[in-house]
Design a binder for this molecule. Sequence first.
Ligand code: SAM
Ligand code: SF4
Length: 465
Amino acid sequence: MHGPSESFPLDEASIRSALDAAPIDDPALIREILTKARAMKGLDDGDLPPLMAIQDPQLLHELFDTARWVKDQIYGNRIVMFAPLYVSNLCANECLYCAFRATNRELKRRALSQEEIAAEVTCLLSQGHKRVVLVAGEAYPKEGLDYILKAIQTVYKTRLGSENIRRVNVNIAPLDVDDFRRLKDVEIGTYQVFQESYHRETYSRMHVRGLKSDFDWRLGCMDRAMLAGIDDVGIGALFGLYDWRFELLAIMHHARHLEERFGCGPHTISVPRIEPAEGSATSEAPPHAVTDEDFSKIIAILRLAVPYTGLILSTRERPEVRREALNLGISQISAGSRTNPGGYEEEASDGGAQFSLGDHRSLDEVVRDLAESGFIPSFCTSCYRMGRTGADFMDLAKPGEIKAHCHPNALSTLQEFIEDHASPETRRAAERLLADSLKDMDGRARVLAESMVALVKEGERDVFC
Ligand code: SAM
Ligand code: SF4
C-alpha cells in the first residue's frame, strides 16, 4: 500500500549492478535491442545498460539511426515550441550549481508583481508564443503559494488583441497533496520538477540547505502530484552532477513506477545539462560533465525506451547541439528564452539570470531555422484543452491515432505564426515548408489540414481539432 508521502522505491544497488554487468559492444545483443525498439513499444530497463555502454562507432551509428527512425514514425517533423517565464528568483535553498541559491549575495533579487508578469506575457505574445512554463525559485513573496496561483491566472487572462497564452506549464518546487490540488484548480498544463540527481549521496552534497535538501521529499513529489489529480507530470535530471548512466536508468525506474502506480508514466522528460551560473564554481566545472556525444546517446536511448513521452530541450544548448537532438528524439524546445525575471521586457539586461544560455536566437530566427531544416514548428495546445491528458493521451498516442490531430494542428498554428508574427524571411521559409507538408499528406488528414489553414488565412484564430 502506498501512502501520499511515500516516494518511489529507488533501488540504487540494482541500478549500479545493472550498469556494472552491461556487456560492452556485443553486436548481436545491441542489434536485438534495436530491433525490439523498432516495434515502438518501448524498451525494458534491462535493455538500457548495453545501449549506454556502446563504444563501437558502427553500433553507435545504428543506435542513432534507430532513434531517428522511431522519432520520425511517431512525431514526424513536428517540434512543439514554448518559452520559460521566470516570475521570481527569490530562493531559500542552496543548490550549489544555481545562481538563485540563497547565499548568492551578488544576484539582483526580484519577484515580479502581477502587472509585471502581465507585461512579460505581452512581450511573449508579441513574439508569437502560445505556451509557457512558469518558473520560480523556492521562496515566495508574503502570499506564499497564492503568489504563484495568481501568477498563473494572470498569464491566462493577459491578452494582446485576440491573442493569449493557451497552456501554462509549471516548474516550481514540490508541494504537498493539498497544495497540488490548488495548483490543479488553476488549470495548469504539465507540472514539472527535476530530481537533479537520483544518486542520494550526490544529491546531499549538492543541496546543502533548505527544504530542497530533503531527497525523499523531492523523490515523492510526482506521486503527490498525481495523487492530487495532476495528469501530466514532467520529470528529469540535471546532467553533469553524477554519472549520466545512473541518472538515465533511474529516470526509467521513476517513469515505470508512475506508470505502474497511476496507469500513466510522465508526460515529458527534460534533459537539462549544467550551464555556467553566476558565482557558482560547481556549474563552471560540473563533477560529471556530459560530452556532446554522450548527450546524443542520452536522447537517442530515451527516444527508444519511452517512444510516446515528450522529450524537452531548452536553450541551455547551442544551436548545433539542438539541431542534432531534434533528429534523435527531442519533441519540444524553448526559443527566445530569458532566465531572469523581467527579462523579456527589459531585453538589454540579464542581471538576475539563473544560468547562461547556449542559444540566444529570437523565436523568429529559431522558427526560420527549423523551417529551413524541414521541421514544422508547432504552437499547438490542443490536447490539453480537449481533455486529452494523462492516460487518455497515452491511449491515443500509443496506437498512433494522435498524429491525426497533431499534424493539422501544427500546420494551422504555424499559419497563425506566419500571419501574425513572422519576419519576411521567416514567412518565406515557413510558407514553403507548409505547402510541401500539405502536398505530402493524403486523404482526410490533408482535407482537414487544408481547411484549417484556410480558416486561419481568412482571419480565424485558434483553429484546432
Ligand atoms: N526552484 C525550483 C526547483 O529547483 O525545482 C524550480 C525552478 S529551478 C529555477 C529549474 C531548474 O533549473 C532546476 O530544477 C535545475 O535543474 C535547473 N538549473 C539550476 N541551475 C542550473 C544550471 N546552472 N544550469 C542548468 N540548469 C540549472
Ligand atoms: Fe533555488 Fe531551484 Fe535554484 Fe535550487 S535550483 S537554488 S531551489 S531556484
